[in-house]
Design a protein around this ligand. Structure first.
Ligand SMILES: [Zn+2]
Length: 238
């Protein structure tokens, strides 16, 4: 199986589509001020996770970093509601994106670069073709155009890892006080550690890298619906 990361168009490239959205996930955990590491927030996004049963207003407020004690209180409240294979960390967002949208959207949208959005017919086709691991969560978007098709955020669970040989020297170690994972800058030439590639899934994410990786089958399927304003960059597994 060949794999590709979904990438945004470059700034000077002209796309086919005018669609834009402004939206945020319904719940989030603020950044943390860790006494050892300092202030940080990651970018995990798990729209499929429902936190509506967690009665904690702080999860719906967007504000600056919190103390370690408050952060530990919030992560302990959230943890039981999140599948065990997913991290609960500072900056993590959960639930559907809520906001506004305008213009016309292609089958796949990737803007900003760390979010991938599917048009309704793309989700339907991927499901009809029996692709595996497509977690697409309907966005709650208001639009002036009543005919706008529904849009879905594609969730990329960080199941795979980059190969250690493609990650450079610059790394910061994990922190056991606040749970900050080891971090690195995304190498321009990168490949996956083969033993971590989840067998049989057509969509997954990469730990520490904010990438949406999709299979060749995914690419071929959505391309049947016409052009999208994205690039598919092949990513090897070794
Ligand atoms: Zn820390």
């Amino acid at each position: 199986m060949r794999y590709f990361s979904v990438e945004s168009l470059k700034d000077d490239e002209v796309g086919h589509w005018s669609g834009e959205y402004r939206a945020r996930h319904r719940w989030h955990i603020s950044g943390v001020e860790c006494p050892r590491y300092g202030v940080w927030a990651g970018m995990d996004a798990f729209p499929s996770v429902d936190l509506s049963k967690v009665a904690e207003p702080a999860l719906a407020e967007w504000k600056g970093p919190t103390s370690l004690a408050e952060y530990q209180r919030l992560t302990a409240l959230v943890r039981p509601h999140v599948p065990p294979e997913l991290p609960v960390r500072a900056g993590g967002t959960f639930g559907p994106m809520v906001g506004t949208a305008q213009g016309k959207f292609g089958p796949v949208t990737c803007h900003p670069s760390w979010e991938v959005v599917l048009r309704e017919d793309a989700v339907e086709l991927l499901n009809a073709e029996g692709l595996n691991g497509v977690i697409a969560v309907r966005m709650e978007l208001r639009s002036r155009r009543s005919t706008m098709p529904a849009l879905y955020e594609l969730e990329a669970r960080p199941l795979a890892r980059l190969h250690p040989d493609c990650i450079g020297e610059w790394k910061t170690p994990a922190c056991d006080l606040c749970g900050k994972p080891e971090s690195f800058s995304l190498p321009p030439k990168r490949w996956l550690l083969r033993s971590t590639v989840p067998e049989g899934l057509d969509v997954f994410g990469v730990e520490g890298a904010n990438l949406h990786v999709v299979s060749e089958r995914f690419v071929e399927t959505v391309q049947r619906l016409g052009p999208s304003d994205v690039h598919y960059q092949e990513i090897d597994a070794r």
